[in-house]
Write a new protein. Structure first.
Length: 413
C-alpha cells in the first residue's frame, strides 16, 4: 500500500543546522522526504536564506501570505532573469513571455489566450470527453499497468496536440521535449550537458518552424502556432524566442495536468473515505479537482529576482537576490489552509491554493487543466471503474516539476 504524508515524518525530521538546510535538493523530492524540511522552515524561518547550494545562494519563501506578496509584486520581484532556481547559461537561454514584464508580457500572453478562453473550452470539452472514454475503455483489465503512461501522458499529450494542431501521430514528441526542457543537465544522466539539452530542443525548434511556415502562409485559425504567426506581437520573434514560447506552452500544457492526473488517483487510493464521498456525491468532482491540484502542487516552485531592495517576512532582500517561492510549501500552510496536510475533497475554500500562482504570471491554462481532470473523474465514476494502486509511485528527481514517472495500478474486470 502506498504511504501517506504522515508516514514520512518519522523518517526525516530535517535535524540539520538551519543554516545548512537546502530545500532545493532534488533527491528530497524524488524520495518524498521534503515535507518535514518545509514544515520546519514555515515554523522556524519562513523566509530562509541558503548561502550554499548547487544553484548558488537563494531565499526560500515558504508561507502562503509571503508567497502571494512576492508573486503579485512583479515590479519588485522580476521574472526576467528566469523562473526556476536553476540558472541557465547565457548561450542556452531562451526568451519567453513568462520571463518578460509589461507591456511585452501582456501582448504575447494575450496573443495565445483565446485558445483557453470560455468559447474554446466549451468546444474542447466534447472532444476531451470522447478521448477520455476511449482511453479508459482501452485500459488493461486484470493486469498491472503504468497509469502515468497509459492515462496521464496520453490524455494531456492528445490535448496538447490539438491546441498546437500538431501531427497526432507524433504527439509523444511533445512529452519528450517537455521532459527535456525541464531537466537540469547532470553527469551520468540522459541529459548530461547543456549542449545536449540544446541539441534536442533545436530539433523541437526545427519541427515547429515547419509548422510555423505552413500557418503563416495560410488563413488564421485557432491553434497556438497560427495565433502566434498572425499576431503583430509575436510574428517577428527571433527563433530562440519562438522556441522559448513553444517550450513554455508545451510545459504549461503538459506537466501541471499530467502530474495532477497521477497524483489524484494516488491520493484517492490513500484516502478511501474521500473516494466514498465522491462516489456518493459525484457533484463533488469539481471540488475534488481543486484539492488534487493543491495537494499535488505540480509546479513546486517559481523563482524571481529582486529588482529593488525589499522586505519580505521581516527579512531584508537585496536587489539581485534570487527569491524562490515554494508553492508546494505554501499549499501546506495551516495558518491559511485548515488541516493542510490531509487530502479533503470537500474542504471549505477549496480553490484557495497556490498551484497556479498569482499576479500577471498566473497560469494561463489553469481552466483547461481543471477541465481535463474534471472530465476524467466524471468518466471514471460514470464507468464505475475501481482503479487500485498496487505499488509505490516512482517520482522524478526535480525541485521544479513535482511529478511521477510511474504509478502501478490494476483494474479488476
Amino acid at each position: 500500500m502506498t504511504r501517506r504524508l504522515e508516514d514520512y515524518r518519522a523518517d526525516d525530521t530535517c535535524v540539520i543546522p538551519l543554516s545548512n538546510l537546502d530545500v532545493s535538493e532534488s533527491k528530497r523530492f524524488q524520495d518524498d522526504s521534503i515535507w518535514a524540511c518545509f514544515e520546519r522552515l514555515r515554523k522556524e524561518d519562513p523566509v530562509h536564506y541558503c548561502q550554499n547550494s548547487t544553484h548558488g545562494p537563494y531565499w526560500s519563501v515558504t508561507k502562503y501570505r509571503d508567497i502571494v506578496a512576492v508573486d503579485t509584486n512583479h515590479h519588485a520581484f522580476s521574472s526576467e532573469q528566469g523562473v526556476t532556481i536553476v540558472d541557465v547559461p547565457g548561450e542556452h537561454w531562451t526568451q519567453s513571455f513568462i520571463k518578460m514584464g509589461p507591456p511585452k508580457h501582456a501582448e504575447q500572453r494575450n496573443t495565445v489566450s483565446p485558445i483557453v478562453g470560455p468559447e474554446s473550452l466549451t468546444k474542447l470539452e466534447t472532444l476531451i470527453r470522447s478521448r477520455v472514454r476511449s482511453i479508459l475503455d482501452g485500459l488493461p483489465r486484470n493486469e498491472d499497468f503504468n497509469w502515468v503512461n497509459k492515462v496521464s501522458i496520453e490524455l494531456t499529450t492528445q490535448t496538447l496536440a490539438t491546441l498546437f494542431d500538431f501531427p497526432f501521430e507524433d504527439r509523444r514528441l511533445l512529452t519528450y521535449w517537455s521532459d527535456v526542457a525541464v531537466t537540469a543537465p547532470k553527469a551520468g544522466h540522459a541529459i548530461d550537458s547543456w549542449d545536449k539539452r540544446s541539441s534536442i530542443l533545436s530539433e523541437c525548434l526545427d519541427y515547429f518552424t515547419g509548422l510555423w511556415n505552413e500557418r503563416i502562409n495560410a488563413e488564421p485559425r485557432l491553434d497556438l502556432i497560427s495565433l502566434m504567426a498572425h499576431s503583430p506581437a509575436t510574428r517577428h520573434m527571433e527563433p530562440s524566442e519562438f522556441l522559448g514560447n513553444v517550450i513554455l506552452l508545451i510545459v504549461g500544457g503538459n506537466d501541471t495536468t499530467r502530474n495532477s492526473i497521477t497524483g489524484g488517483l494516488l491520493f484517492i487510493n490513500q484516502y478511501p473515505s474521500e473516494l466514498r464521498k465522491l462516489a456518493d456525491n459525484p457533484k463533488l468532482v469539481s471540488s475534488a479537482v481543486s484539492e488534487i491540484i493543491r495537494y499535488q502542487t505540480p509546479i513546486a516552485h517559481m523563482r524571481r529576482t529582486a529588482a529593488v531592495d525589499s522586505v519580505v517576512g521581516g527579512k531584508q532582500i537585496r536587489k539581485g537576490d534570487k527569491v524562490v517561492m515554494w508553492y508546494i510549501s505554501g499549499n501546506r500552510d495551516e495558518e491559511i489552509i485548515e488541516n493542510a496536510n490531509s487530502f479533503v475533497i470537500d474542504r471549505k475554500n477549496v480553490r484557495q491554493h497556490l498551484s497556479f500562482g498569482f499576479g500577471i504570471h498566473r497560469c494561463l491554462g489553469r481552466h483547461l487543466a481543471e477541465l481535463q481532470l474534471r472530465v476524467l473523474w466524471e468518466e471514471i465514476l460514470q464507468a464505475g471503474l475501481e482503479i487500485q494502486v498496487v505499488g509505490e509511485p516512482e517520482r522524478i528527481a526535480s525541485n521544479f516539476v513535482h511529478g511521477y514517472s510511474a504509478l502501478p495500478v490494476r483494474i479488476e474486470a
